[in-house]
Design a binder for this molecule. Structure first.
Ligand code: ZN
Length: 439
């Protein structure tokens, strides 16, 4: 079976070693490895390095020595009641726990070519032998949002990258994506969603107590469950018993669909009221409880455009870290002679059918898929959600657009799945094959 298309932000090169997230001895050993690299975030913005001379930008990958002043007291994982203490028991409530200090997430290991893939085999089950066996680059992320700003600035100024002359700044993430290659983009996507989840969940949903981090940033738990918690005169927190999925990171699935007419020569695009410029894209919406992906495609098209669709077929998926969506891309068929209605749920300003020639003309236009910094700012200002997905990150170089040569409208770049769906259809990229067999 052929592979589905791998979108930008997907296809992570990391082995997440998820079975080792519970082991503080493993994590504490990996943190101090000279090979380890860190991605810093501040308020959801990644730290970006602008290299002297070339002015080329990339994700700033820092060493543990660089970030050490920001991480708080050791141990980094498996912390005890007092600062500097290791946890005394092997309680499951203390597995790789951090009860103080900034949020840290273990993202995974970029293995070397010849190391093979570490699997949850006997060789890698035991934390000590796992550390000895590991080769490659372990990745962590840290969030400095709650730290003192001068302390953060000082640490950044003292990093190896800064000393080498690079300028390090926290950058609006959608704009920053244009600086990322496919490899770092996928690591960034994982890191940003995880940092955001840890930053925005501060209290136990079951009882309202503060939460703390465990499993290397992959789980949050209620502080009333810590062995040293004083629970005098209070009921036990319900999250201490049974299954509580709300303590694990969430991913919110969003269907995004390009609707094609029966001739195969026209597609339906919409313009959301919040979109900047003359920007049109595939329609999208969150999946609701009790729906299949296909149900959601049909419902959203009906609610947003008054269009009945059929022949709903999967194309590919894209993680979209604003904050933690999974875009699930589809093609579907509709009758282009039927009326379009945008007054039903009032999300769209306009929706219309475009011919292949019209779309190709925009794709060939030098600014047909470009966004300006102002556009990114506008998108960042509105609420995070699927409507933002089309705002991809083709280029910052295109900030100055010649107003005399504007495209008739703009569409997303292929860094967003909407752009891929449109471009694959317009250019018939693997499209005939896909229509026959599915990719
Ligand atoms: Zn609780």
């Amino acid at each position: 079976m052929a592979e589905a298309f791998t979108n930008f932000l997907a296809g992570s090169p990391l082995n997440r070693l998820s079975w080792l997230r519970t082991s503080h001895s493993f994590l504490n050993a990996v943190v101090v490895s000279p090979a380890t690299r860190w991605i810093l975030f501040n308020g959801g913005q990644p730290l970006i390095a602008t290299h002297t001379g070339t002015q080329k930008r990339s994700l700033a990958l820092l060493t543990t020595e660089d970030v050490r002043p920001l991480l708080g007291a050791e141990p980094f994982f498996g912390q005890g009641e007092q600062e500097g203490q290791h946890c005394a028991s092997d309680s499951s409530f203390l597995e790789a726990a951090r009860v103080r200090g900034p949020s840290i997430v273990f993202l995974g290991l970029k293995e070397t070519e010849n190391s093979g893939n570490a699997l949850p085999s006997s060789e890698f089950k035991d934390p000590h032998s796992a550390v000895a066996k590991l080769t490659g680059t372990p990745y962590f992320s840290a969030d400095v949002a709650d730290l003192d700003e001068s302390k953060v600035n000082e640490a950044i100024e003292n990093t190896e990258l800064a000393k080498d002359g690079s300028t390090l700044t926290f950058v609006e993430p959608r704009a920053a994506m244009s600086s990322l290659d496919a490899y770092t983009a996928a690591i960034f996507a994982e890191a940003r969603s995880m940092v955001d989840w840890n930053q925005r969940n501060k209290f136990c949903p079951a009882c309202g107590s503060p939460v703390y981090s465990l499993w290397a940033g992959w789980k949050l738990s209620c502080t009333s469950l810590l062995p040293w918690a004083d629970n005098t005169d209070r009921k036990p927190c319900p999250s201490g018993r049974g299954l509580h999925n709300f303590t694990h990171p969430r991913t919110d699935p969003v269907v995004i669909m390009l609707v094609i007419d029966e001739s195969g020569e026209k597609v339906l695009l919409g313009r959301n009221k919040k979109f900047p410029g003359q920007f049109y894209s595939a329609l999208a919406g969150f999946i609701e409880p009790g729906e299949s992906f296909e149900d959601a495609v049909k419902r959203e098209m009906w609610e947003e455009a008054g269009v009945k669709v059929w022949n709903v077929r999967y194309h590919s998926g894209q993680p979209w870290p604003y904050p933690a969506n999974l875009m699930v891309g589809y093609y579907a068929t509709a009758d282009s002679s039927a009326p379009i209605r945008i007054d039903l749920d009032n999300e769209l300003e306009d929706a219309r059918w475009y011919t292949r020639e019209e779309i190709l003309a925009v794709l060939r236009h030098s600014s047909g898929t470009h966004f300006s910094r102002r556009d990114y700012k506008k998108i960042a200002e509105i609420q995070d959600g699927p409507d933002n997905n089309p705002a991809s990150a083709k280029s910052e170089q295109s900030v100055e657009v010649n107003n005399n040569d504007e495209p008739p409208f703009r569409i997303p770049a292929p860094t967003a799945i909407a752009g891929v769906l449109i471009q694959h259809w317009a250019e018939k990229y693997q499209f005939q094959k896909w229509m026959r067999t599915g990719l």
